[in-house]
Design a protein around this ligand. Sequence first.
Ligand code: UDP
Length: 390
Amino acid sequence: MKNYDFIIVGSGFAGSIMAERFANVLNKKVLIIEQRDHIAGNMFDYYDEAGVLIHKYGPHLFRTNEDFVWDYMSQFTEWHPYQHKVVAEIDTHLVPVPFNLTSLEVLMPEKASEIKEILLSEFGMDKKVPVSVLRKHQNPMISELGSFIFEKIYLNYTTKQWGEKPENLDFETITARVPVHVSYDDRYFQEKYQFLPKEGYTQMFKKMLSNPNIEVRLSVKANEVLNLDTDSNKIFFKGEEFTGTVIYSGAIDEMLGYAFGELPYRSLRFEVETHDKEYFQPTGTVNYPNDHDYTRISEYKHMMAQKPSKTSVMVEYPQEYKRLVPGQDIPYYPIPKDENTIAYDKYRSIADKFSNLYLIGRLAEYKYYDMNNIIMHALKTFNEEFANKN
Ligand code: UDP
């Protein structure tokens, strides 16, 4: 075995940032084990036959308010500015999502000006308010609006997306991501920096991993080469004890042999269609809360500077996760629910006994992280746990 200082499982943001820091800042030797045949995790993108840059695992929109995140990522790419816009098809209208004052005026034209005044005096302009706060509000006009938005925008979309009714999920956490916006600002995000890597995410990840101290092995399943021995709390790599540090960003139930059963995940199926027209739809994404089996259609041409003559769209179908069924075996989302957190914590308490094991990422931490959060979290972990200690 070569003298690796670090073994990293997974080459998404968590794994690649840690690898980059270990190699470039600490000058350490890093092995990345990646089960797919490509790097970049769910950020992987490629040009299709129409010349459209497709995010293979669904649209990934980079945004951050943090200068240090922006500065860090800017070492690895130039940027293309892109402010994501989403509309939802509600009844016969396309209205901005997050639901905002324009959505209000389109869907409730008669009451809109009265409700707007109440919203402004209660919350103020440009404020974000979770739908659950509106629904519980003491002012009946606001609580009725909350119920209306819940029914039209969240209820059926959430049920379709997660395969469960909102009341069975940690609905407040999930929908806090998309709060109602008392504003005419129709952007999906309001962060200071909203950009996409100019040459795509895959190129950006290639650059992050370009240090010769980083070796990437593709198409290798971690549990076939790494063994977490729960009797000795030692880690073995290909049968030999590994005394360096392991950064694990995969699914923790898999790594620990499903000792406490399988953790539930939600999966997705994507269909890419190319249309011989300039544009398919008015915005980057159109959500379909109340009709169809799919939740949303994204049109990548809106997102990038390059404009090929045809357009390609991606239709997103939520589906049950089944780890042994090809096509359904990608765990895209941990399912935010108390009982799942309790089940995860059992695995976590076993993993925490390994002094040279770090769990980081959406799967390893069973947390619905966004890219910007995971970037921050990885950089913070590096700074706090490794920067001055190796
Ligand atoms: N959501 C919804 N209706 C929408 C958009 C979002 O009900 O039109 C809810 C839904 O539960 C979804 C969650 O808000 O899973 C988070 O949406 P987001 O767009 O952040 O999802 P992601 O892009 O992470 O799949």
